[in-house]
Design a protein around this ligand. Structure first.
Ligand code: AMP
Ligand code: GLY
Length: 423
């Protein structure tokens, strides 16, 4: 088979690394990819949101399956675009259609879905510019801290957590009347604050059946001790040590099963990954958010723990035969640590030469923000490399990642030295 992966980050590098291990694969294409994917497949320079350009490369290269990494093309309807095109409609896409992608594309849509199907989540109400005064009233009815969420996609930046009522009102007003997050905040969901520890579950569904993939916990803040600005994610661990069998059974019964059943009841077809952001309050799981794709850097620990052939798994997904699939999971722990550009997640410089990649042993280095300049690998993004390792527990795996990070260098590099500190 010829397979196309859309995207260019650590997540897509990991999918590429796993897919090239499959006997089904003839040629792998990654669009746009990075310096790492270039070593194992063919990078195609195109935008993941340029559907006509994607159609052209799919037909030119006889691509038989498309794996969508990021949420944007899903929310923009790439799957629907394929289904409505006579030349593309029989090519399987791993990633849901536009309607289902609203689970990530609209916080209000996701909240309404959860309420309709009795899936535990924080109490909420949503507001627009016209109902701003009611929004103030709702904030007054809650206790601090206040959680404000832009309804639409805001590149992971649309959630504000504020300790002070006046500040929360001011932010709400700015989001609604001054488009603080552009069109994404023309509607705002205000939520009750849930106090607990977070983790994520990953599910693959074919619309009829589902498989639960390894769970993970990511570290979103730039600073040690979970301080400072939010990033895309600075590291991840799988499995999550505090997610014991009893807790995971609650997640499946109260959240995963009702989600899959709810999609069927609502006649929302869904072929692809569901990434459920959870918070454990006392011993009970609540949904913080749905994402309609894999997480990054969670993928860098989830996918390496899957022992089964990933292309076999995707074929079973496309054929709606996940019920017949025997998913094999590596029971070791996997951890990843992100090496980022100095300054990230604020402004940072690019184009720094990366050295030492060949000295790494017993870890896998997934490229995230890299490109090639002549024969040198250089930085080209905020998150540059993800260093993944295995161990009999997460501490052993982390020690391995940190040992290998010491062998890699680029000017102004930064990484968190405390991944797993809270476990
Ligand atoms: P989201 O984009 O919805 O995942 O939110 C970003 C982050 O905000 C989450 O990872 C949580 O740390 C935090 N968060 C979101 N909603 C809540 C909530 N209701 N209670 C507490 N923390 C929240
Ligand atoms: N690591 C969080 C995300 O991918 O959304």
């Amino acid at each position: 088979m010829n397979i196309l992966i859309l995207g260019s980050g650590g997540r897509e590098s990991t999918l590429a690394w796993k897919i090239v291990q499959s006997d089904h694969l003839k040629q792998l294409f990654i669009a746009p990819g990075n310096a790492g994917t270039k070593n194992i497949g063919i990078n195609l320079q195109l935008s993941v949101n340029d559907f006509e350009a994607i159609k052209k490369v799919v037909l030119e290269n006889n691509i038989n399956m498309v794996i969508v990494g990021p949420e944007d093309p899903l929310v923009n309807g790439i799957h629907d675009f394929f289904l409505s095109d006579n030349e593309l409609k029989n090519i399987p896409i791993i990633g849901p259609q536009k309607l289902a992608a609203q689970l990530e594309g609209s916080k209000e849509f996701a909240k309404e879905f959860m309420v309709r199907h009795q899936i535990p989540t924080a109490k909420y109400q949503s507001f627009t510019e016209e109902t701003l005064q009611k929004g103030f009233g709702f904030l007054e009815s809650l206790d601090a801290p206040y959680v404000l969420k832009a309804d639409g996609l805001a590149a992971g930046k649309g959630v504000l957590i504020l300790n002070n009522l006046q500040e929360a009102k001011k932010e709400l007003e700015e989001m609604l009347t001054q488009q603080k997050f552009g069109k994404a905040s023309s509607k705002v969901v205000i939520e009750e604050f849930l106090d607990g520890i977070e983790m994520s579950s990953f599910v693959l569904t074919d619309s009829e059946n589902y498989l639960i993939l390894p769970n993970a916990k990511d570290y979103k803040r730039i600073g040690e001790g979970d301080k400072g600005l939010n990033t895309g994610g600075m590291g991840a661990i799988s499995p999550v040590p505090f997610a014991d069998i009893e807790f995971l059974a609650k997640v499946e019964e109260r959240i995963i099963k009702p989600t899959i059943k709810g999609l069927k009841t609502d006649k929302i077809p869904y072929v692809g990954f569901i990434f459920i952001g959870l918070i454990k309050v006392n011993n009970d799981p609540f949904v913080i958010e749905y994402n309609v794709r894999l997480g990054d850097p969670e993928t860098e620990v989830v996918i390496p723990r899957i022992k089964s052939d990933l292309v076999d798994l995707f074929i079973a997904t496309a054929e709606k035969k996940l019920n017949e699939f025997n998913l094999e999971i590596d029971d070791r722990s996997a951890t990843t640590v992100m090496m980022v550009s100095g300054g990230y997640p604020e402004s940072y410089e690019k184009g720094k030469e990366i050295s030492g990649l060949d000295n790494v042993n017993n870890s896998i280095v997934f490229h995230a923000g890299t490109s090639l300049k002549k024969d040198s690998v250089i930085t080209s993004g905020g998150r540059v490399l993800a260093v993944t390792s295995f161990g009999k527990n997460y501490k052993e795996a982390l020690a391995q990642s940190y040992q290998n990070i010491k062998k890699i260098h680029f000017d102004k590099m930064n990484y968190r030295k405390d991944i797993g500190f809270d476990l």
